[in-house]
Design a protein around this ligand. Sequence first.
Ligand SMILES: Nc1ncnc2c1ncn2[C@@H]1O[C@H](COP(=O)(O)OP(=O)(O)OP(=O)(O)O)[C@@H](O)[C@H]1O
Ligand SMILES: [Mg+2]
Length: 463
Amino acid sequence: MDKIRRFSWNNVQGKVLQSYEDLSEPDSEFYPQLKTGFKLYHGAYLPQEGFSAHCNPKTGSFMDYKACLACIQEKHVGPCAIIGQPGSGKTIMMKRLAKQLIIANNLQSDEPSRWKKLRQVFRNEARQYDVVLHMNIRDIPNQDNVTLANVIFSPRVTKLSAHELGYGLKAILDGEVKIIMFFDGLDQATWDPICDTRIESWEISSTPTIFGNILAGNLLPNVPIIISSREHSVARLSREMRPEFIAALVGFSEDEAEKMYCELMGLNAKKDWHEMKISNPAMHYMCLTPLFLVFYMITRKRSPSHPPNCASGVMVTIIQIFLECENTRNLDDNVDVHEVISKLKAMAFNGTMNQKVTFTKDDLSEYDLEYKVISDIIIKVPGQTFLGQKILAGMYEYFFCHQTLQEVLAALFVVGMRLDEFKQIVDHEFQKPYWAIVRNFTSGILKNESVKANIGFQILKQG
Ligand SMILES: Nc1ncnc2c1ncn2[C@@H]1O[C@H](COP(=O)(O)OP(=O)(O)OP(=O)(O)O)[C@@H](O)[C@H]1O
Ligand SMILES: [Mg+2]
């Protein structure tokens, strides 16, 4: 269990921003709003509108984080879900909740005195758990002939031995160890949960069936489990797997977004923010989505007098920032940057088509991409930013460091298609929910003259 504690503690680390040139980690913590009590399965949130903090103001009611945590820990049949649009802050929230519980329960050995204040805030949550598990669902491979222990403790990333897996599961089932489990990103799984047969805790089965049985409450019925996901993956779960309690992240309040903007953008920020609100209300509205606010701030820092005026413009600039490093590096003469971008665009597009966000070595070679080449060209932007880490991340399997980047590259691929192919995609694919973001970016790129005029866009288009 110590290994799991260490693994989860490492998993929940990470800053929300890290430093991008002069955009540094905020001192304060900002919280998007949470809503519950809406009818997800009756279309209240569907069809997905795309990259926005969209939410019908008439449905559901706001709740605070502590109340949400309390609801999560109540007895439910099967797991609870945190849902939200892309970049709405699900991953950050799952990490924060898990981290707060780890600290409240004194389960980490790092500098305990630093966490005194937090422990005070979460005193009701103290001494409830021996282990807080935090796992990214994309790290759970799709396998046949596995057990429940393999799925929840994914040995590929936790490095637990077969003996440790068995011991850990037995301790949980016997009630010797009290555990709470966070599984982030159901929409990023390369498999769909299924629950067509009821299975027992020690039965050998496949990852989708085991996870489906967890969702249905057939497995680990006494363990509080929280999954996070974009809406479409939860909305399409069959009845028996649907979570009883769902909370949705619905974007920053106007005040919270303004506070974050002002803290990070410094001088004149308040004035700029209010000007933008009046001159470009659509952009202001988009900035209520945490990820988009961050992207907007980055592009605005870069070009204070001519910031992009639409979402696609912001995203094209963001990708351009990724690619810029090519100018600052001594590239191998054999590497053609445009060719690599072109292959990445194709991979991003086909990935979205197959609802795939994780790519293996085989996928890279299918597109004739070598990890080393990608690392050489695209990986490092100056500064230690979450953007700068990698466009593709992961040691053995690769994924776009944020799914939105895959979606912009896919949109750039669509924009470059022949007319008949384009028509085929628009007519037969774009209405499916997982294309929502690509669809928005595609229309933004096609319709907005200022995006087309952007030099970065011209480079990306050629690629
Ligand atoms: N509470 C927050 N405070 C400040 N920034 C935030 C917050 N939540 C999210 N962000 C910013 O938005 C980015 C995206 O957030 P996050 O990865 O949590 O979104 P997500 O909902 O998990 O997206 P996806 O659906 O693509 O998985 C973060 O890297 C961070 O920069
Ligand atoms: Mg996420």
